[in-house]
Design a protein around this ligand. Sequence first.
Ligand SMILES: Nc1nc2c(ncn2[C@@H]2O[C@H](COP(=O)(O)OP(=O)(O)OP(=O)(O)O)[C@@H](O)[C@H]2O)c(=O)[nH]1
Ligand SMILES: [Mg+2]
Length: 494
Amino acid sequence: MNAADFDPLTLAIAPPPNETPTARADRELAEAEALRISNEIDEQLRKERENEKKKKRPVKLLLLGQSESGKTATLKNFQLTYAKREWIAERNNWRAVIFLNLVRNVNNILDILNREMAAASLPSPDYIGSSDESSEDINSSSRPRLKFKEKHRLLKLRLGPLRRIQTDLERRFGATALEPQSTSITTAAPFGSEESQSSRQSSKEFSINSSNGWKSAFEKIRAMRAAARADGDAHALRRLQETDDEIAEVIAGCRDDVKAIWEDPTVREMLSRGKTRVEDSAGFFLNDVDRIAVSNYEPTDDDVIRARLRTLGVQEYRFIFEHGRTAGQEWRLYDVGGTRSSRAAWWPYFDDVNAIIFLAPISCFDEKLAEDRRVNRLEDSFLLWRSVCDCKLLSRTQLILFLNKCDLLQAKLQRGVRIRDSVPSFGDRRNDISTATRYFQQHFKEILKQYSPVQRSFFVHLTSVIDTRSTAVTLGAVEESILRDHLRRADLMP
Ligand SMILES: Nc1nc2c(ncn2[C@@H]2O[C@H](COP(=O)(O)OP(=O)(O)OP(=O)(O)O)[C@@H](O)[C@H]2O)c(=O)[nH]1
Ligand SMILES: [Mg+2]
């Protein structure tokens, strides 16, 4: 007799000693059925665990659109809405960017003023004003001559130190602080084709790295501080702090002159004749000088959203959402540089992406690309959208369209700018915001229907992403729809 013969469990489940052949067959059948059910339950549990794992995979979201379409501003809204702690920790880093934006606004005006004052001093009785871009308009003989006075000369002189501040800050932020140069790329979507290979190789801007975005620009400065601290180099640390303080002091010292030049009627007239709308430019802060040009300035949330620092290459941002339907879920957002020469770098990110937010700035119907002055911005957005819809690698990716900069569109239409002058097909439709948005939206929808390799839904939002409140509501809807898709896929996947 061995030990198992006394094991209480073995004895309890052992068949009765006098079992008949029929009873034995029934018992074996019942045991086999019990085993089958148990295996099925195990398999079910295994699948559920797998599914849970898939649902916890990071949600990948790509932000696409031309340069200055509002991709980075949208990313900032995500951070503000869903990762507030990180946002607060970073907010003060934007101070130097906002200073740079403000100083650049002023220096742009000074450049034009210099040119116009020089031209006005020429001994030409016919002088009305000069401008590179719209000389026919500014030189119209029906306009009285611009009268520059001693005060303008003094303003130029007193605002001189802002040149050095701009240079210092640009050096600090590197290439990301400079606006795009002209490009040799002549297509809207130089990805996924032979051209993309060659443009990838030739493009100076092609870089999938983390050395070009706001995060890395700030990291560089943080690293400089940390290194000085670690070396015990109190002198270097003090110098860095002094540089920041000095910049704030110089700007604060120029506050009244900055206001004076921006509010001066002759300067305003000069800008309007040259069709220069400083107020529509990226990173416009001249209306906030009282608040910003002070030595203890701290940026507000809205200031940070409006601050402009160009993106180069592709930047990955990882957020664990602090609340919302996906609290605890990791989201990976990819922010890309939008100029034509940066677009070849997008391609590697198309694989395995859950959704794309495509930003089309619809106020730009009468503007040209900075990198190619021959190309209409709206036309470029349509072409780019078409290539994204058409892309086979993205056929299962959810596309969400933001018709952005609606605030600027509204202001432009109210100023009387007519859409049909730049978009002849708009014809005699009413030149108002609701007609315009409906018209542009319909075009984007038709492109999606016509070019998508498989049928897909059209998700569209009218946005002004500098408005953080309304954007938070939009992002809530976006989060919900991406999440639904993400979970559905996890269930469908083998
Ligand atoms: N008025 C207004 N300004 C906007 C809107 N969206 C973005 N901006 C501003 O436009 C400028 C450019 O926006 P960004 O988010 O930097 O543009 P981007 O698409 O990231 O551009 P790149 O990095 O060059 O590809 C910033 O100063 C924004 O604050 C909007 O809806 N309305
Ligand atoms: Mg950007």
